[in-house]
Design a protein around this ligand. Structure first.
Ligand SMILES: *[C@@H]1O[C@H](CO)[C@@H](O)[C@H](O)[C@H]1NC(C)=O
Ligand SMILES: *[C@@H]1O[C@H](CO)[C@@H](O)[C@H](O)[C@H]1NC(C)=O
Ligand SMILES: *[C@@H]1O[C@H](CO)[C@@H](O)[C@H](O)[C@H]1NC(C)=O
Ligand SMILES: *[C@@H]1O[C@H](CO)[C@@H](O)[C@H](O)[C@H]1NC(C)=O
Length: 475
């Protein structure tokens, strides 16, 4: 069963999306999420047909005929996400949501683009856990690494995407280039793929003209994020940059691909869930290693009965669960490791039942721990909302570099004090894990603003930084 961290990330995205209030409209597009697939990582054409048929059958049982089901379906999610997007009446959507095979049904809603440069990177893995440092070594510091974004597309003529000086396209690449290429091929050895997804947007905005049938970036955001993401992926070293690499070990150059899911805004919405999911599902299959997403997925202010009070307003995108931000360099020193089980426990922690979790993960066995605090989910970033008095947060770091001594340096947000116990970690051998506790006390902080701080574990050469985001409880 293919189910790595990335898939659980998607699952979280979908589950949070499902918390949206249903809007009152007659026919709208919805995403019907069915959890995991039973097929393995080597997906055959027969597997894909079987998935499509199962979606048609399921929907036909509600709409009355296969014909109607096929007409209603916008997208089938067949590879890594199991589900489909379809135009439905609200009552139909509500009925479908009750089907035992259905995990959730949620409206295909629009999002805005992030205008700041706070990208979230997802390192995709195909089987099990990847060790960030070894993965980058194997990837020869990016030479065969494929970085993609989900954004407004790409301007292929930009100098940033010149293929000059690059070796052959990595053989694992299965993606395509959807430019019309009238004036010659626009993709090259640097920009190896470009696709667009607009059916979800179209389901909202109505029939689109040909200017919506291209991955070309008429906005500039996507080209900018894609070129800068490649350069910034490992901050401080242009390991993945288009210029000469400065990192030890060579001058590696990543390949890039663009998945256009954002269009000129209609009523404030630019990028729709149905298209984003299709792009995710496709990008993994195309062979993308790292995805950057800068969609404003912040779903704050929506009330969710299943959300833990401490995490109200937080989303996987917002606080980073399930995304892996590879550390500052190819030699990070320490990593915050997470297993699939940690993610499943996290789902328990935010209120999902064991049955739901098994369905989402496509696994037969998982038991929720009896006392679990999502505060201790071993994410490198530390977010505690609604702090009252003192809150303790535990994290575990694993040594992936040479043995040594790391010392903590803390910067607490205004209005809080933070201490770390212990504040020195001594590692004797690679692979060793050490836990520490952050003791966070609120003194005079506002409940309406976020306080930002950081924790840094430092030895003589490494610098392992965790952002800290806090907000105080209402007085
Ligand atoms: C955009 O909003 C306006 C005003 O609320 C509404 O009339 C229009 O139908 C909306 N457009 C779409 C495509 O929903
Ligand atoms: C397509 O639609 C866009 C936005 O409504 C418009 O600006 C553009 O002129 C149209 N293009 C064509 C070829 O009709
Ligand atoms: C990159 O390296 C080449 C060959 O060493 C050199 O000619 C070129 O000026 C360098 N470019 C930059 C941007 O440093
Ligand atoms: C938090 O940690 C401090 C210091 O180790 C300890 O004294 C305190 O009891 C802990 N509080 C909770 C709620 O666990």
């Amino acid at each position: 069963m293919l189910f790595g961290k990335f898939s659980i990330f998607l699952a979280l995205f979908i589950l949070f999306a499902a918390f949206q209030e249903p809007a009152l409209a007659i026919k709208k597009s919805y995403i019907v999420y069915l959890g995991g697939h039973s097929h393995g990582p080597e997906v055959t054409a027969a597997d894909l047909r079987r998935v499509t048929d199962s979606h048609t059958q399921l929907l036909a049982s509600f709409l009355g005929s296969e014909e109607k089901a096929k007409d209603a379906i916008i997208y089938n999610y067949k590879r890594h996400v199991n589900g489909f997007a379809a135009v439905l009446e609200e009552e139909e959507a509500a009925e479908i949501a009750k089907h035992p095979d259905v995990v959730s049904v949620f409206p295909n809603q629009g999002k805005k683009l992030h205008t700041t440069h706070s990208w979230d990177f997802l390192m995709l893995e195909r089987q099990g856990v990847i060790h960030p440092s070894s993965a980058w070594k194997k990837a020869r510091y990016g030479e065969d690494t494929i970085i993609a974004n989900l954004d407004t597309g790409v301007w292929p003529e930009s100098k940033s995407f010149s293929g000059h000086g690059y070796g052959p396209i990595p053989s694992k690449w299965k993606g395509i280039c959807q430019f019309d290429n009238k004036a010659g091929p626009l993709c090259n050895r640097k920009l190896i793929g470009a696709r667009y997804f607009n059916k979800g947007f179209e389901a909202y905005a109505g029939k689109l003209n040909s200017s919506y049938c291209t991955p070309r970036d008429t906005d500039g955001h996507g080209s900018h994020t894609l070129s800068t993401a490649a350069g910034n992926f490992v901050p401080g070293a242009s390991v993945f940059g288009v210029g000469n690499g400065t990192a030890k070990g060579g001058s590696p150059k990543a390949r890039v691909a663009s998945y256009k899911v954002c269009w000129p805004p209609i009523n404030g919405s630019e990028c729709f869930d149905a298209d984003i999911m299709k792009a995710f599902d496709t990008a993994i299959d195309d062979g993308v290693d790292v995805l950057s997403v800068s969609l404003a997925r912040i779903r704050d202010n929506t009330v969710s009965p299943m959300r833990d009070a401490d995490y109200q307003g937080a989303t996987p995108f917002a606080y980073g669960s399930g995304h892996i931000r590879p550390n500052r360099a190819v030699d990070p020193g320490l990593v915050y490791d997470l297993t699939l089980n940690d993610y499943l426990d996290f789902l328990c922690g935010i209120g999902y039942s064991q049955t739901q979790i098994r369905q989402v993960a496509g696994i037969h066995y998982h038991k929720c721990p009896e006392d679990y605090s999502i505060l201790n989910f071993n994410n490198p970033s530390i977010t505690v909302l609604n702090v009252r008095g003192t809150v303790n947060v535990t994290r575990t770091v694993k040594l992936v570099g040479k043995p040594g001594i790391y010392a903590a340096r803390l910067r607490a947000p205004y209005g809080y004090s933070i201490s770390v116990e212990p504040n020195i970690l001594q590692f004797k051998k690679t692979g060793e894990e050490k836990s520490f506790k952050l003791i966070i006390t609120v003194h005079r902080a506002s409940s309406t603003v976020y306080g930002f701080g950081e924790l840094i574990w430092q030895d003589s050469t490494h610098y392992v930084r965790s952002p800290i985001v806090l907000s105080a409880a209402d007085p």
